[in-house]
Design a protein around this ligand. Structure first.
Ligand SMILES: Cc1cc2nc3c(=O)[nH]c(=O)nc-3n(C[C@H](O)[C@H](O)[C@H](O)COP(=O)(O)OP(=O)(O)OC[C@H]3O[C@@H](n4cnc5c(N)ncnc54)[C@H](O)[C@@H]3O)c2cc1C
Length: 421
């Protein structure tokens, strides 16, 4: 016999964005279902995902409100300083750089470094404990959406009647395609390489971004040593290194010692001896922009709605801002006795998210193009530009607040508002 479930929202995709949305809505007492085509426990395994996310302060507040942050398996590493410089592999970083200290901007850190698998451990611990949240994974979902409501049929036999279906299936969202929502993409012809390395000297909670001719290189501090280090290399950092596809493929094939040498040519000498640890991961990089964020009884969130260059580690943070905006609209409609999947609710959600995402998309794209240019006059102009911004405290502070998610008028879950239980 088919089991039928009635929910306010059925979220398809339990990645970091879909799972956080599910936890946020369920924490506000809404009946929710979340479906993923993959089983969730293996996502915690070290071989599943090598990324470490720079979680902005406002994203941390959302994870707090959803009851996820407290389940992180270890305290995440706070980012207290950010240094941005222009450079070339094998040369010392330009002395004309930008340097931010969190204490000059707010009383809290810029953000926290959280490994993808640690966030998954927390989500997997939180989701099954929520009484009004049903998790179906692995399961395939077929959605039938009509003006009066949606029905999601699962490969496992269940039928879910939902006021709203949320597409959170990442880049290649089948629900987005079925709804005929156009997605424009731009291939950067770069590969993002990620992994971790142990190092001799402490990172002092400083995140470093080096803009190199073929793509940016970031060193991001990890809580350490956490089992990473050795007596001589007791500290650990993550790297995100974007390079032209053919160069990245060559780098990825190098043995550890040679790969470590290439890392150090880009990183510089400030951390002393280094050694890559664990395996390396690679992701082809592209930007993605959708023509609209909703359709009948359907809302898009996370990478299903946008893709940005990881140059400033903002992709997941954008997804968390989608979660906050959609959750606030849906909770307000539900608590007011309204319909959380009604067109006016979804139109308000789109209006809240479109501008911010476009700004981030174009900003990351402009940065990538400006810094990916090695023509000498352009290089000098941007080095001078960097130095000039470093001497303009107002502008510098504005950039920092943007990266923390503290955009003007930030309210609700991103401002630390708690959910009613
Ligand atoms: C190299 C690199 C470094 C990055 N670093 C950062 C960073 O430091 N900070 C940051 O904010 N962002 C970063 N990002 C971006 C970030 O990784 C993504 O924005 C984030 O993973 C998007 O999460 P999501 O839940 O929307 O999608 P995904 O993580 O893609 O999750 C989608 C989920 O949907 C499921 N699914 C797929 N298809 C179906 C289906 N048909 N039915 C049901 N379920 C389905 C999948 O199994 C998966 O669980 C980085 C990205 C890259 C490439």
């Amino acid at each position: 016999m088919t089991r039928t479930l009635e929910v306010a929202a059925c979220i398809v995709g339990a990645g970091p964005v879909g799972a956080t949305l599910a936890a946020t809505l369920a924490a506000a007492d809404l009946p929710v279902a979340v479906v993923d085509s993959a089983p969730l426990p293996p996502m915690e395994l070290p071989e599943f995902d090598g990324r470490a996310y720079a979680i902005a302060l406002t994203s941390k507040r959302l994870l707090d409100a959803a009851g996820v942050w407290e389940h992180l398996p270890a305290p995440p590493c706070p980012i207290l300083e950010i240094r941005v410089a222009d450079g070339r592999p094998g040369e010392p970083a330009s002395r004309l750089h930008l340097h931010w200290r969190a204490a000059e901007v707010s009383e809290e850190p810029f953000g926290y470094m959280v490994e993808a698998r640690a966030l998954r451990v927390a989500l997997n611990a939180r989701l099954p404990r929520m009484a009004n949240l049903a998790v179906f994974a692995p399961a395939r979902a077929e959605a039938e959406r009509r003006a009066e409501g949606a029905v999601v049929r699962l490969s496992t036999g269940e039928e879910i009647r939902a006021r709203l279906v949320v597409a959170a299936e990442g880049r290649n969202s089948p629900l987005r395609r079925q709804a005929g929502i156009r997605a424009a993409t731009l291939d950067y012809r770069q590969i993002g390489m990620v992994g971790a390395f142990a190092h001799e000297r402490p990172h002092r909670n400083v995140a470093l971004e080096q803009f190199l001719p073929n793509g940016p290189f970031a060193q991001l501090p990890l809580s350490g040593p956490g089992g990473f280090g050795t007596a001589t290399l007791p500290h650990a950092s993550a790297f995100v290194w974007a390079d032209r596809t053919e160069i990245a493929q060559r780098m990825l094939a190098l043995p550890d010692v040679a790969f470590g040498r290439e890392l150090r040519r880009r990183l510089g000498e400030h951390l002393g001896e280094i050694r890559p640890i664990g395996r390396r991961w690679s992701y082809p990089l592209s930007a993605l922009h959708v023509s609209r964020w909703w359709d009948t009884r359907l809302a898009l969130v996370g990478d299903a709605a946008h893709g940005v260059h990881p140059i400033a580690g903002q992709g997941l943070n954008l997804g968390f801002r989608d979660v906050a905006a959609l959750a606030e609209e849906v909770i307000a409609a539900w608590n007011g006795g309204g319909d959380p999947g009604a067109p006016e609710v979804l139109a308000r959600y789109q209006a809240r998210r479109r501008g911010d995402t476009l700004l981030m998309l174009s900003g990351m794209h402009a940065l990538e193009r400006l810094f990916g240019n090695d023509i000498a006059p352009v290089r000098w102009a941007r080095r001078l530009g960097i130095a000039a911004v470093d001497r303009l405290p107002g502008l510098k502070r504005a950039f920092a607040r943007q990266a923390m998610g503290l955009t003007p008028g930030v309210t609700g879950l991103l401002a630390g508002q708690r959910l009613r239980r």
